[in-house]
Design a protein around this ligand. Sequence first.
Ligand code: AMP
Length: 249
Amino acid sequence: MKVLVPVKRVVDYNVKVRVKSDGSGVDIANVKMSMNPFDEIAIEEAVRLREKGVATEVIAVSCGVTQCQETLRTAMAIGADRAILVETSEELQPLAVAKLLKALVDKEKPELVILGKQAIDDDANQTGQMLAALAGLPQATFASKIEVADGHASVTREIDGGLETVKIKLPAVVTTDLRLNEPRYVTLPNIMKAKKKPLENIKPADLGVDIKSHLKTLKVSEPPKRSAGIKVPDVATLVDKLKNEAKVI
Ligand code: AMP
């Protein structure tokens, strides 16, 4: 069973991003980039499935600039067997990525595609769902547990106020939630091994996919600065302020 894992190169989650002065986006020049954390969880899960003997091959795929190769090497250091870079310097929106992934699903015919539930840069939470729709595959999103047996996957999903377990027929699309697993640390020997694993480089046109954007970002702005709080001497003053200044009670 082949497992395809799309991994996105995003600004590292420890970096505090700055909005560009012209409001056209965030400044990512000279900023540390890493694999989207939910995608690390996805790779880890796929590698565990291979280690259990359920999966036979784990393929990592990234769509974007040349530097996504680093993200793919990390995926292979975690344990992916090979990688595909769909290289473009164009801005890719979730629909474009979903179309590229659909073309790869047609080519590679994986039994399972495990994506992150969302990318921490655009917070879109769209690609997995769009891929499932385009490829006509069943989907189970926000997985906190995945069990594969008899051509099906049982996926436990984190929903408001509890857990839901769904059974889907393979091939299928699953997206990962934070509590699915804790990704392993990449070790130096595995980083070295990853350098020798195959990394295929293709272009969107090779997959016959049009990656044109369908929406335009009009403006990006910083959240308003919080003003400093004050200390009130007693409850009566607090109630008075809530009533007459904040007007919330
Ligand atoms: P999003 O819909 O943008 O929040 O992304 C959801 C998931 O889709 C991510 O966690 C990745 O697994 C996958 N994905 C999104 N963009 C890319 C990309 N450029 N390359 C590879 N995978 C991606």
